[in-house]
Design a binder for this molecule. Structure first.
Ligand code: SF4
Ligand SMILES: [Zn+2]
Length: 191
């Protein structure tokens, strides 16, 4: 860039007090340990007064790296493809049309399946916003495993606290059902 674009001077990421870690804006990936880094960058963009200008600029100039305007490279790619298909579509419209699909992807990008069979959650934050509601990793894991949101508290059955491996967590409805199941009748004893 040969000249400083005026809006850039107002970016929250330029403020050393509000944004002490500029490197979070250039993650080397979008999955695994990078998810927490990206979430941090996005939280800084969320408070930025020039976020719309920044997002527009990054899309117009096809920035191939970095978080700009709260958007990752992959998200900008998806928005550009949406805008190609639907000329005139705004960024919020393009983002809206992408919402709802990637719960499984969102989850998969934030977990690590360990060799010992346990699954750990990687980001430092303990919930994710899904369709406008905060959901815990366990609620999301339950939803993906059972196709419904849990009824009541999800409790882990794994000896490793916080493990997200499928089947290592039950909701209140499952606990009730297990308690109500009648005992298996004794098999007839052969005479
Ligand atoms: S939106 Fe994010 S990347 Fe863009 S100027 Fe603001 S803080 Fe920096
Ligand atoms: Zn486990």
């Amino acid at each position: 860039m040969t000249q400083t674009i005026t809006w850039m001077k107002h970016g929250t990421c330029r403020d050393p007090y509000l944004s002490p870690t500029p490197n979070v804006f250039f993650p080397s990936g979008e999955t695994g340990p990078w998810v927490a880094v990206i979430d941090k960058a996005k939280s800084i963009c969320a408070r930025c007064p020039v976020k719309p200008q920044c997002a527009d600029w990054a899309l117009d100039t096809r920035q191939a790296d970095g978080i700009w305007g709260g958007l990752t490279v992959q998200e900008r790619g998806r928005i550009l493809r949406q805008q190609d298909r639907h000329p005139g579509m705004t960024i919020p419209q393009a983002l809206n049309s992408l919402r709802g699909v990637p719960l499984a992807d969102m989850f998969a990008a934030r977990i690590h399946q360990r060799d010992d069979g346990h699954t750990v959650w990687l980001p430092s934050g303990t919930s994710l916003s899904v369709d406008g509601r905060n959901r815990t990793p366990r609620q999301i894991a339950f939803r993906l495993a059972h196709g419904r949101w849990p009824d009541g508290t999800v409790r882990g059955t794994c000896d490793m606290s916080g493990c997200l491996t499928t089947g290592h967590y039950w909701d209140a409805a499952m606990r009730r059902a297990a308690a109500e199941t009648p005992a298996t009748p004794d098999l007839p004893v052969a005479a």
